[in-house]
Design a protein around this ligand. Structure first.
Ligand SMILES: *Cc1c(COP(=O)(O)O)cnc(C)c1O
Length: 400
């Protein structure tokens, strides 16, 4: 049978202890044992179904992890308190001092800052490359390289990674391909395409209600066990543990992700086509003009569309700020970072989410001043939204 991420979530059943249709929320940090021997075995990782201490694992976190693993087609998963709480332990688990990483240069600002400014303290060095050029990726690999790191759809430039091509290179050089799939849940399934480890910030589309931060690492049982190892596991020892109450609420939101992604994608496609027709410089993977449109089409699970993220370039930061303030006044969305909310969110990445990236580097990767990043909301009447946005652009002479 073909891999169907939303079916995989739907087919899982968890009941509460009284037959509730949702699993009971585990509300304990520690667990009692009837015998000292079972406690010892659990500590050693040899007592399946037993819990010891909630930084290590808890029933609620395991339920959410299993649902996300089913969605991504990996053996298992480990949830964490934030997206960065998923990314940083993976990197520190896979690399020792002296190791090297080849990373896309267009990645989330926090990940970029971690690789550029933080890991060098441990003598872990990163080469940043244009991930769309496979020859450049391969050329950057050294004898010390351990990880190929990218985002399926990059933040904020919406570059698309050729995951099959990267997986081929990773296997050839014995590297782990780590893919952050935050921008394209359900649409792209990196593990099915050959990624070894798939990461999400649950804060964005997956939870979808902008009420919490959260993260997940999806991978093999062996790797996830390593992350959770009480002696040398980075997730266990650094301690970015999600709270059980949050795990339960994210699991409930996950069940509507397929419907939300379809609506985000439908609305984003509509606006992108309209903006482009009106002569605005528009970047959206669903547009034929996007350099990786065909690649995205080959990789995607078609029914979820090209995602909810698009960018336009209005020429200058001043214009961008004026437009965003005016759109907010008209209740078309919020001037806010983050993504995946029911309401449209917009920000100028150069001064916000990508401000960790030095100005010269922003310019060299095509991150211009007038760029506005949109996370398109779930608007019921997207045609009206377009008309109102267009009016703002006319008033500000962005279009004529
Ligand atoms: C937001 C984001 C992160 C970081 O996630 P947090 O939940 O904020 O820690 C990582 N990668 C991408 C692509 C993101 O958009």
């Amino acid at each position: 049978m073909t891999f169907k991420p939303a079916n995989n979530i739907q087919d899982l059943q968890y009941f509460g202890e009284f037959g509730g249709v949702n699993p009971s929320i585990s509300d304990s940090s520690t667990y009692t044992f009837l015998s000292a021997k079972t406690m010892f075995d659990t500590f050693e990782g040899n007592a399946d179904g037993c819990y010891l201490y909630s930084r290590h694992s808890s029933p609620s976190n395991l339920y959410l992890g299993e649902a996300l693993a089913a969605m991504e087609g990996t053996e298992t998963a480990n949830v964490s308190a934030s997206g960065m709480g998923a990314i940083t332990p993976v990197i520190l688990q896979l690399c020792n001092a002296g190791d090297h990483i080849v990373s896309s240069r267009t990645i989330y600002g926090g990940t970029y800052a971690f690789l550029k400014n933080f890991t060098p303290k441990f003598n872990i060095k990163t080469s940043f490359v244009d991930i769309t050029k496979l020859e450049a990726v391969e050329r950057a690999i050294t004898k010390d390289t351990k990880i190929l790191y990218c985002e399926s759809v990059s933040n904020p430039l919406l570059e698309v990674a050729d995951i099959k091509g990267l997986s081929f290179i990773a296997k050839k050089h014995n590297l782990k391909l780590v893919v952050d799939n935050t921008f394209s849940p359900l649409s792209i399934s990196p593990a099915i395409l050959g990624a070894d480890i798939v990461i999400h910030s649950l804060t964005k589309f997956i939870n979808g209600s902008s009420d919490t931060v959260g993260g997940v690492v999806c991978g093999s049982q062996e790797f996830i066990d390593t992350l959770r190892n009480v002696n040398d596991g980075a997730s266990m020892l650094l301690g970015p543990t999600m709270d059980s109450l949050r795990a339960a609420s994210i699991l409930k939101n996950l069940r509507t992700l397929h419907i939300r992604m379809q609506q985000h994608s439908k609305n984003a496609m509509y606006l992108a086509e309209k903006f482009e027709t009106k002569g605005l410089k528009t970047v959206y993977p669903g547009l034929k003009s996007h350099p990786s449109h065909e690649l995205f089409k080959r990789m995607m699970n078609a029914q979820y569309g090209f995602g909810g993220m698009l960018t336009i370039d209005v020429g200058s930061l001043e214009k961008a700020n004026e437009l965003m303030e005016m759109m907010q006044d008209k209740n078309l969305g919020y001037l806010a970072v983050s993504l995946g909310f029911y309401k449209t969110l917009f920000s100028a990445p150069g001064t916000s989410t990508s401000s960790e990236i030095p100005l010269e580097e922003q310019q060299s990767m095509g991150l211009s001043d007038g760029l506005i990043r949109f996370s398109i909301g779930l608007d019921a009447d997207i045609e009206r939204t377009f008309q109102m946005m267009y009016q703002c652009m006319e008033v500000l002479n962005i279009v004529s």
